[in-house]
Design a protein around this ligand. Structure first.
Ligand code: ZN
Length: 220
């Protein structure tokens, strides 16, 4: 099975942090007008459509080695229903993470249920951490056997925990592009980053501004 051509394996990584890059596997988001809840969104261009997409992304962001990938492909095929429940957990974690970030952007507290979802995954992750001696000190490493199907979720959950406890929350942004909503940490010095990338949403906005200006001068 070759996963390297899948959209999840080629998507741009612009979040500046693992947790946010994981969030952007949604593809794009549009506010759902038919829904009562203000933060309800429609997902456009989902990149995680099966467990193997999740593996493709995990390899893309270097969470697993090529050898791990081959093992997990084999195990994922063999333990099909376990693999689908890992995918389900991944999406639940991702969407909870998105809502927590949107709550931060809206200067609101998170929904209790969303924090609970993240906490559950953090607990799972921490169960797999162990301290090991390295040449110049000590490091955290994963206890796992290679075949643990959910192993990519552990660093993702811990990246979320780190973002929320040690990150600068005022630097979290959602791209302003139409049907985008990708999340990123703005690390620019003057905090001026508006777009996921200038080539994508930034460019569309520039073209739109240009057209509006032309119309204003009667040239459009
Ligand atoms: Zn964008």
């Amino acid at each position: 099975m070759n996963l390297s051509e899948r959209p999840a394996a080629t998507m741009k990584l612009v979040g500046g942090r693992l947790f946010l890059d994981f969030n952007n596997t949604s593809g794009g988001r549009r506010r759902d007008p038919s829904h009562r809840k203000a933060n309800s969104v429609i997902i456009l261009g989902e990149k995680l459509n099966d467990y193997f997409d999740l593996l493709a992304w995990s390899r893309h962001v270097n969470l697993i080695s090529e050898a791990d990938l081959q093992t997990l492909i084999r195990e994922g095929r063999r333990r099909e229903s376990e693999a689908s429940s890992v995918l389900e957990r991944a999406i639940v974690l991702r969407e909870a993470g998105y809502r927590i970030c949107m709550a931060i952007l809206g200067e609101r507290g998170p929904e209790e249920a969303d924090l609970e979802i993240l906490n559950r995954e953090i607990t799972v992750a921490r169960c797999h951490e162990r301290l090991a001696a390295a040449s110049d000190g000590y490091v955290w490493e994963w206890t796992s056997e290679r075949g643990e199907l959910d192993r990519m979720l552990w660093p993702v959950a811990l990246s979320g925990a780190e973002l929320l406890t040690a990150g600068d929350l005022t630097r979290i942004h959602a791209c302003g592009g139409e049907d985008c909503g990708w999340l990123f940490e703005d690390s620019s010095r003057n905090r001026s980053r508006q777009w996921c990338t200038m080539q994508d949403c930034g460019n569309v906005a520039k073209v739109r501004r240009f057209r509006t200006r032309l119309r204003g001068t009667g040239k459009g």
